[in-house]
Design a protein around this ligand. Structure first.
Ligand SMILES: Nc1ncnc2c1ncn2[C@@H]1O[C@H](COP(=O)(O)OP(=O)(O)O)[C@@H](O)[C@H]1O
Ligand SMILES: [Mg+2]
Length: 353
């Protein structure tokens, strides 16, 4: 059952369509990530779900209630912000208890709920402190606690990890995942970080300039992108995009001198047609396959693997993963890939399957 239905939601500021006919179904208990570059409308959509921001048209249904015209406090959602938004003069315990106090809950019950949430988030020793006496990661845990204690129908997160350093981000990311697995509540999570999206989501909604580019599981977006935008946005380092041309027989595309078999495609392409061949860095390290010569520029060593940056004979730059050797500047190496790993796009960036 869908716990949240966003149906044909549009919103504009002046002449700019910030959300353009956006529809998303969020299953009960699932974790959905809204992913896209800065300014694509993620926060606007999240605020629309929360009721913090009116929409121009469309419908928002939570559970079986049409909440489109209900104020935020009647929607049974709790939101966690990038900026934590804690009350500086209140202790951690008072911050977490605040929504309960607003509801008029008695002190004893409220105290028990705060303790239970503090235990779940492992912040019991911090309950007496003020926000300024906490690290960023601890502050965000408190903000999550304040959302949890409300026991809402729906949790909304707006880039909650963006203000944290890399190590803390990874740690808290895993904790949010664990939290979701233990409470199984519906969560909608906004980020511009594809790694967060891939690691957290049951389903990712990729947005660009207020429009949905694709909706799918992390693996389906990685493996089977509908367009070059999604292909480039998901995966790190990003997919390489190479200029290619359909060969005389129509069964291969040519990248420089290399011929890549495309007989598995069901679409018939015009001879000589310009296309883009997408191939991920991690798929350029095969033992056999189509060969490309790469003049090495820089090698980044990450310990278990390396990323080699370089240029093809035609001058196009490529990033390739290398697991067994670490070529140096000035060397020319042979990259090998399987045609089945390539993704072909037309000149508009639409996937050709
Ligand atoms: N109150 C506002 N008035 C005018 N433009 C706005 C307002 N809020 C957001 N925008 C614009 O809407 C677009 C989407 O913003 P936002 O939803 O915050 O993006 P994101 O969260 O994906 O970074 C941006 O171009 C932003 O400048
Ligand atoms: Mg935002």
């Amino acid at each position: 059952m869908a716990n949240l239905s966003i149906r044909s939601v549009s919103k504009s500021y002046g002449a700019v369509n910030v959300l353009d006919d956006v529809s998303v179904e969020v299953e009960e208990g699932s974790f959905v990530v809204l992913l896209g570059p800065s300014g694509c409308g993620k926060s606007t959509l999240l605020h629309a779900i929360a009721g913090l921001n009116p929409i121009d048209s469309g419908t928002i249904v939570i559970g079986d209630r049409n909440v489109t015209n209900l104020p935020a406090r009647e929607r049974d959602v709790a939101m966690v912000f990038q900026s934590y938004a804690l009350y500086p003069t209140m202790s951690v315990a008072e911050n977490i208890a605040f929504p309960l106090k607003m509801r008029g809950l008695d002190r004893k019950t409220s105290g028990e709920k705060v303790d239970a949430v503090a235990k779940l988030l492992q912040i019991e020793p911090l309950l007496g402190r003020k926000p300024r006496e906490l690290s960023g990661g601890q502050r965000q845990r408190v903000a999550i606690g304040r959302a949890l204690v409300r026991d809402p129908r729906l949790f909304l997160f707006d880039e909650p990890l963006s203000n944290l350093d890399a190590a803390l981000r990874t740690e808290l990311r895993a904790e949010i995942k664990r939290l979701h697995q233990s409470i199984r509540r519906t969560m909608v999570y906004v980020t511009h970080d594809q790694t967060e999206a891939l690691t957290l989501a049951d389903k990712i909604v990729v947005l660009k300039a207020g429009k949905i580019e694709q909706i799918g599981t992390p693996l389906s977006l990685y493996d089977d992108p509908d367009n070059a935008f999604v292909a480039g946005f998901i995966g790190s380092p990003r997919m390489n995009f190479l200029k290619a041309k359909v060969a005389e027989d129509g069964k291969a595309v040519l990248v420089g001198d290399a011929s890549v078999d495309i007989s598995h495609l069901t679409t018939r392409l015009g001879i000589g047609q310009d296309v883009t061949l997408g191939i991920r860095p991690e798929h350029l390290d095969e033992k056999q396959g189509v060969e490309l010569a790469l003049a090495v520029d820089v090698t980044e060593r990450l310990g278990s693997t390396s990323y080699v940056h370089g240029a093809l004979a035609g001058g196009e730059t490529v990033v390739a993963e290398r697991r067994e050797d670490q070529p140096r500047f000035g060397e020319t190496i042979t990259l090998r890939f399987l045609p089945s790993r390539t993704r072909i796009f037309d000149t508009q960036g639409l996937r050709i399957r």
